[in-house]
Design a binder for this molecule. Structure first.
Ligand code: ZN
Length: 348
């Protein structure tokens, strides 16, 4: 599992530019899936055929990042954000630009030596940042195949921490993708299962919207990461979600504007966890939502739930998850795929 997470997390796939991830995921699922399709949005849909009952597992493969916006005469590159950034996180990061080949760059920052006291206290906007790829001129940048619109991703490799915890970038949602892949492989479900690695979740749940429309599953689970509120300063969130306490089952997200999970879905996921003695945590969140919200509102309404892996420092290059939670999420989703017919009917 750790090897799979490393492979997925270290790869780059800014929303709208998920090609590298799509190929990795395809490679992981070939042999396990009966059919793998790529739809016109770029979603990867892997299907294992079973009964007439169809279950959709959705895990977004995109990550927040940037695109090139402007290149100046000295070869410095201005970028625009894609997805939800806290600007201070972006500063002083190493990035990869996806041109003809991968080009490394850094988001430069004035050293403290050159800063006035006032400047040091101020936060810096992404619009004031730039990427330095080592170019001497605009021509240098063009010659490397970089132009306006070239995607730019954070570059950070996974590392092990103490107590079976790991750190890396894009755990939101490569950890979720890894969990969905592993559950898809392990499941002995008799039903038809579609694993959808969705595109553009971070910019409006777009891939989930179109893929759920074409699949029209009987029920769906979005596999994602959620905010773990167990570090200094997170007390004000008044949430008990913590690393190491198990997979998270969402009850409500975005104060109900995202998803209010139906009683039937909650009963299914909670009873499955309890029956198999899988540790889990319940989440009520006021911000953030997942693919499940888009799936839920597809066609005449599709029952949808969320199983997530708690992560600290989400939307940063140093996200932290506990591998024990990863394993409980795999176990919960696997078991849920196997008993789903006890809870839901095929819609006529
Ligand atoms: Zn996510």
């Amino acid at each position: 599992m750790i090897e799979l997470i490393k492979k997925l997390s270290n790869a780059h796939g800014v929303s709208g530019y998920e090609d590298e991830l799509r190929e990795i995921i395809r490679g992981e699922l070939e042999g396990t899936a009966d059919e793998i399709k790529i739809d016109s949005m770029g979603n990867l849909i892997a299907t294992r055929n079973g009964s007439e009952f169809e279950l959709m597992l959705s895990a977004h493969m995109d990550e927040i990042g940037f695109v090139v916006k402007q290149i100046d005469d000295r070869g410095f590159i201005r970028i625009a954000p894609i997805g939800g950034w806290f600007s201070q996180i972006a500063l002083a990061q190493r990035v990869v630009l996806y041109a003809k080949q991968k080009i490394y760059g850094v988001i430069g920052c004035k050293p403290p030596h050159l800063m006035k006291d006032e400047e040091r206290k101020k936060s810096i906007e992404i619009s004031d940042m730039f990427v330095d790829i080592g170019a001497r001129s605009k021509e240098d940048v063009f010659n490397l195949g970089i132009s306006v619109g070239t995607p730019v991703a954070l570059d950070r490799e996974v590392a092990m921490l103490a107590n079976n915890r790991i750190t890396g970038k894009a755990f939101d949602n490569r950890v979720g993708v890894g969990v969905a892949i592993e559950a898809f492989r392990r499941s002995k479900s008799k039903e038809t299962i579609h694993l959808v690695a969705t595109v553009q979740e971070e910019v409006g749940l777009k891939g989930a919207k179109t893929s759920a429309f074409s699949i029209e599953p009987n029920v769906a689970i979005a596999v994602d990461s959620c905010v773990s509120a167990d570090f200094p300063g997170s007390e004000s969130a008044h949430m008990d979600i913590a690393l190491g306490k198990g997979a998270v089952i969402t009850v409500v997200d975005a104060s109900g504007r995202g998803l209010i999970v139906s009683q039937a879905v909650l009963r299914w996921l909670r009873e499955t966890a309890e029956k198999h003695k899988i540790p889990y945590q319940l989440e009520v969140a006021e911000g953030g939502t997942t693919d499940a919200s888009a799936i839920n509102l597809t066609k005449s309404g599709i029952p949808a739930g969320v199983v997530s892996i708690p992560a600290r420092y989400i939307h940063s290059p140093v996200e932290v998850v506990d591998l024990n939670d990863v394993n409980t999420a795999v176990e919960l989703i696997t078991r849920a795929t196997e008993n789903v017919r006890e809870y839901f009917e095929v819609k006529k």
